[in-house]
Ligand binder design. Structure first.
Ligand code: ADP
Ligand code: ZN
Ligand code: ZN
Length: 819
């Protein structure tokens, strides 16, 4: 060994009080400790899990305790992941272990079990010097070799067991060791039915059963006789022959056996998937590909910086084919990749496409896998068994070795931000950091890039590559025609229905042609703003420009950024109409009214209320795909993954619901969603059209979406952002305080505002402003009221990292969306 032995370890400890701190521990001489390893450490009077983040020759505090043991000798985090965890904790101001935990194998966070064993009893031990209890424990441990503390506690009582063990350990007669409690991973069992007798005998029995008119049993028996091998119960269930009573009767007569067979967990079934070859790229794809290729690790010359590419192209422009070819290239170079897609896009079709190109070399990670499956996948990924890991948000933390490429498809999706628990990270930023650490390349793909991403690409931080057209010539190559309907005109013409004349007529035509229709609302539930039904006017905050939110309780309009309040006006300030309190619409309302207007149509509703159950997504989709319904009514979810040839009409019932959310990103969100839903129509040879109903037909987001014109949307949007000093021209930090008592919440928020104002003034920070406090958009969540403060400026986290944040506050750096 060269130089100093590293005698100390800096450890991230799994305790809520650890916060963003490392803790120094001495390394006992007999332990081999390495960075990234999981260890047991004493913490207060407990033994907790920790991950070694650094080895040092000197401790950072005077008094250190010793590491108590090693949980697993093989490191769980690579050196890159250790650096990434530290970056996440620093950047998002999250507890260090929260960041570390993102990268640990599923099921890692378990309690320590204490065991007692006896190294060797000294020959000269005077047994009479021991108490009866001590002798009792010694004998027991000696007999069994190793005894769990839990077992001793059951025999002797908790207190007594712990005292005796401590006494024995102090005298050097016993030692403690620690193990993780076992993960409970259940094997997956499947029931099979098979004949319990020879086929001839079964045949005779079947005849006899039929004579006795036990037809169900006879049919089932005949069916089983014809099967060449045992049949999964699930398959019988799907057939018309299924009868639980008949199965029970046949089993009790000894004619049929039901057996439980353990099956291996294989997240991807390769059954029905055939290996596929790369396609010949179109000229547009080819030029994008050449740019990416020269940026891949081995093609890179001179510069050491890992490039980030933004691949901007409409759906169907061939982005995925480029991802596949880039992955193939890095695999050729001996590297591996990670592909991220939004959870909802992680469909069997997506997985199949990657699995057929990288046959048996694709791992899948997502939240619907069982803990056992996740655990198995994690281990196999770490062992380098896969060329490609595909998954939703958290797959960015997969222990994929030799990382060469990270792809983020639909990079603008808000689900890439984890907003509901710490660390409140954004997958895109984490991916770019990880690429920087590992030398990997990042490809961001989108039809409607995030305005901030596009701004960075314009500025040259990212390399912009564009695919302006759909690949496939002919069928479905053209984007659908979009018509904007001005709802103000409908009311004037005496139409009080939710559906404009144009939409009603088009739906009727589509139904007459046996085609399918989507009716889309870009927000679930009822809207939170009020609108003049006559002219579409929406009241906005004078200071913040955002739409005011209606509060039922006190009939007031409130700004959720600065807490500005006004009573609801009696008449519209713009057109003086008294119909000023129109409260938007929800999916149920649309379903109801579609029922009256199109009584002949078969309706299907798809929103989060009906899709709470696992797999119901696929059920609803399957039903619509099989043309068992004519009209699909839904929210956001509809916008993705639907690629059906019979859909010839998409009606956006009200584009305004999303447009008037109190959020500076409302325009962007509306544009993205409208483009996405519009892309759902006309995927087949029948062509298609889109009708957008709105009270703001002139709004730039709606105008641009109707023309599929990203550039014009972006140019308007980026100017607003610049004028109002919103991201990317500033950064935000959102502080949320929650408590059961609303008034207390407000007081605490005000106290924090004063505190921050003082800090800003005393430090002389000029470019940092404070917005709020105000009730959060979701004012009450799971029984707790919530108040928010927003810090806006060049580096709000620089200030926040230097002041202690009291209990009860949640900090969200670079927040996205309303929470
Ligand atoms: P995107 O990811 O941009 O939506 P895809 O890569 O999925 O686009 O391409 C859309 C369709 O066109 C797919 O069916 C794909 O198989 C096909 N496709 C893509 N590239 C080519 C190509 N170079 N030649 C022929 N077909 C292609
Ligand atoms: Zn009005
Ligand atoms: Zn305001």
């Amino acid at each position: 060994m060269v130089g100093h032995r590293m005698r100390y370890a800096e450890v991230s400890v799994n305790s809520p009080v650890a916060q963003r701190r490392f803790f120094s521990y001495a390394i006992p001489p007999d332990l081999d400790v390495v960075v990234g390893q999981a260890v047991w450490v004493p913490f207060g009077d407990k033994i907790l899990q920790g991950i070694v983040l650094e080895l040092t020759p000197y401790p950072s505090v005077e008094e250190t305790k010793e590491i108590a043991g090693i949980i697993e000798s093989r490191p769980l985090l690579s050196p890159f992941h250790v650096l990434l965890a530290c970056w996440i904790s620093g950047h998002y101001l999250s507890p260090l272990f929260d960041a570390v935990a993102l990268m640990l194998p599923p099921g890692f966070e378990r309690k320590a079990l204490t065991f007692i064993s006896i190294p060797s009893i000294p020959d000269d031990l005077d047994l009479s010097s021991l108490t009866q209890g001590q002798r009792h424990v010694l004998e027991l441990v000696q007999r069994q070799g190793k005894v769990g503390l839990k077992q001793l506690e059951r025999i002797l009582g908790k207190k007594k067991a712990q005292t005796i063990v401590s006494q024995l350990v102090r005298r050097g007669l016993a030692v403690r060791s620690y193990e993780l409690e076992k993960v409970k991973v259940k094997p997956k069992m499947v029931s099979y039915l098979h004949l319990a007798v020879e086929a001839d005998e079964a045949q005779q029995e079947a005849t006899r059963l039929r004579e006795r008119r036990a037809n169900k049993q006879a049919d089932l028996l005949n069916f089983l006789i014809r099967q060449p091998r045992p049949l999964p119960l699930a398959e019988v269930r799907k057939s018309a022959l299924y009868s639980a009573a008949a199965i029970k009767a046949l089993v009790s007569k000894g004619l049929v056996r039901m057996e439980q067979v353990e099956v291996t967990r294989e997240p991807i079934s390769y059954e029905g998937i055939t290996p596929s070859q790369p396609l010949t790229l179109s000229p547009a794809q080819e030029s994008a590909w050449q740019a990416i290729r020269s940026g891949l690790p081995w093609g890179r010359k001179g510069s050491t910086l890992s490039p980030v590419f933004l691949l901007h192209g409409v759906t169907g422009s061939g982005k995925t084919e480029i991802y596949l070819q880039a992955l193939a290239e890095i695999v050729k170079q001996g590297k591996r990749g990670i592909v991220l897609v939004p959870e909802i896009a992680l469909t069997p079709q997506t997985i199949e496409r990657f699995a057929s190109r990288f046959f048996h070399k694709v791992a899948v990670l997502h939240s619907q896998l069982s803990p056992g499956e996740q655990f198995d996948e994690w281990r196999r990924i770490r062992d380098g068994e896969f060329d490609v890991v595909i998954g939703s948000r958290s797959a960015i933390f997969a222990p994929q070795p030799d990382l060469g490429l990270i792809v983020i498809d639909e990079e603008h999706e808000w689900t890439y931000k984890q907003h509901d628990k710490s660390p409140r990270y954004h997958t895109r930023d984490v991916a770019i950091k990880l690429a920087e650490l590992t030398g990997a390349v990042v490809i961001l793909g989108s039809a409607t890039p995030d305005v901030e991403t596009f701004y960075r690409a314009q500025r040259g931080d990212y390399q912009l590559l564009q695919l302006p057209e759909r690949v496939t010539p002919g069928e479905g190559a053209f984007l659908p025609q979009v018509e904007i309907v001005d709802l103000r005109e409908e009311l004037k013409a005496g139409n009080r229905s939710l559906f404009s004349r144009s939409l009603s007529q088009s739906v009727a035509e589509a139904l007459a042609n046996r085609e399918q229709v989507i009716l889309f609302l870009n927000r679930r539930g009822t809207a939170s703003f009020i609108q003049c039904r006559n002219c579409g006017f929406v009241l906005r905050c004078k200071r913040c420009e955002v739409a005011l939110t209606y509060h039922f309780a006190d009939d007031m309009l409130v700004c959720h950024q600065c807490n500005y309040r006004v009573p609801v006006p009696q008449v519209c300030p713009q057109c003086l109409s008294p119909r000023v309190k129109f409260l938007g619409i929800g999916t149920q309302k649309v379903e109801q009214e579609a029922g009256y207007t199109f009584p002949q149509a078969r309706l299907l509703r798809w929103d989060s209320d009906v899709t709470k159950r696992k797999r119901s997504h696929e059920e609803i989709l399957g039903k619509f795909r099989a043309h068992k319904a004519d009209v699909l009514i839904g929210t956001q979810m509809i916008a993705k993954g639907l690629d059906l040839p019979l859909i010839t009409l998409v009606g956006v019932v009200s584009a305004d619901t999303g447009l008037n959310l109190p959020d500076f990103r409302a325009g962007e969100r509306t544009f993205q969603l409208l483009c996405q839903v519009a892309g759902r129509a006309g995927r087949g040879s029948l062509g298609g059209r889109v009708i957008i109903q709105t009270y703001s037909p002139g709004h730039y987001a709606i105008q641009a979406a109707a023309k599929h014109d990203y550039a014009s949307f972006y140019n308007t949007e980026i100017n607003y952002r610049r004028q109002l000093h919103n991201p990317p021209f500033s950064r935000l930090a959102c502080l949320t305080y929650s408590h059961r008592n609303d008034a207390l919440c407000q007081r605490e928020a005000e106290r924090m505002r004063n505190r921050l104002t003082e800090e800003i003034e005393s430090r002389g920070i000029a470019d940092l402003s404070l917005i709020g406090p105000a009730p959060a958009f979701i004012h009450r969540l799971r029984g707790r009221f919530r108040w928010q403060l927003i810090l806006r400026g060049a580096e709000p986290s620089a200030l926040l990292s230097q002041i202690p944040i009291p209990q009860g506050w949640a900090v969200d750096i670079d927040p996205v969306g309303l929470t």
